[in-house]
Design a protein. Structure first.
Length: 296
């Protein structure tokens, strides 16, 4: 996999300039939201009547147009100046276009910019450590999955939206269901990433998916005895991950949404949900890291 040292100083300087411009485009979108009366910067606050107001605002400030131009300019630069693997990590993200409704148009522009910002930061070695808690699970979060494109950004943001809302028992059940579906989707995406020719796994249950995926990404126990061989160390930890996968699936079946349970588990607590979500994050972080080592 190419590293920042593979890039010339002039290219890194140009990419840093794109980073600054991208942040400015996000700030401009936030300013647009405030002008439309959405003080919390959420598109859920926008009303039907705001569309006409937004048309006049766009005519004056060109906020969305400039955001889309930044995306197009960065993609064009990546195609001309980055190695193929690096180029793909930038241009594979959605381009922010194709929507007609105002909230979707704004959300798409944000996703297009944020995903590219994260990719560029990774490429030039300026990525921040993975944040914890609510910030990690916010829209645009879980960047390790976005980097490899294992789950489409809009689908991933839908899962994260459900997972970070956990005030009531009903919301906690939904969060567990979303976390399970996220891991399942990530494993399916990872299998296809590792071997695009593989078929017939789409209806597999979680343990079967992990078993298939592990054969594609596992360590060779004979490669380095320091890793613990086939019975201890890394191999033993990987074996434990099979239990984690099964635990996530069974927790969803027992207390999560998606299986038509007639009664809600009254003692389902925030800590239980966090255990499932954090386990899902650890699993997917390992999967994407391993894919990057082997195939990127």
């Amino acid at each position: 996999m190419p590293t920042p040292t593979d890039l010339s100083t002039s290219v890194i300087t140009k990419l840093r300039r794109f980073l600054n411009q991208g942040r400015e485009r996000l700030e401009a979108i936030d300013a647009l939201m405030r002008r439309l009366g959405a003080d919390n910067l959420s598109t859920a606050e926008l009303m039907a009547g705001d569309s006409l107001k937004a048309v006049f605002d766009e005519g004056q400030h060109h906020t969305v147009e400039k955001a889309q131009k930044w995306v197009a300019d960065l993609d064009e630069y990546a195609k001309g100046y980055l190695p193929e693997a690096m180029r793909h990590r930038v241009i594979r993200h959605p381009n922010g276009k194709g929507a007609e409704e105002l909230p979707t148009l704004i959300d798409n522009a944000r996703i297009a910019i944020r995903s590219r910002l994260e990719s560029v930061k990774q490429l030039i070695g300026e990525a921040a450590p993975t944040p914890a808690g609510a910030e990690r699970d916010a829209a645009g979060g879980w960047t390790h999955l976005r980097e490899l494109g294992l789950i489409e950004d809009a689908v991933l943001d839908g899962y994260l939206s459900t997972m970070r809302t956990r005030r009531t028992v009903a919301q906690r059940r939904a969060a567990i269901g979303a976390a399970k579906e996220l891991v399942e989707a990530a494993m399916k995406g990872a299998i296809h990433y590792a071997d695009p020719t593989v078929t017939g796994f789409e209806k597999d249950e979680m343990p079967q998916l992990w078993k298939r995926l592990r054969t594609l990404i596992q360590e060779d126990p004979a490669a380095d005895p320091a890793l613990g061989g086939k019975d201890i160390g890394i191999a033993k930890t990987l074996n434990a991950m099979s239990t984690v996968i099964t635990g996530i699936a069974e927790t969803r079946n027992k207390v999560g949404t998606g299986h038509g349970n007639p009664a809600a588990p009254k003692k389902l607590q925030e800590s239980h949900v966090l255990l499932v979500i954090d386990s899902a994050h650890t699993m997917t972080r390992f999967i994407t890291s391993r894919l990057s080592e082997l195939f990127a």
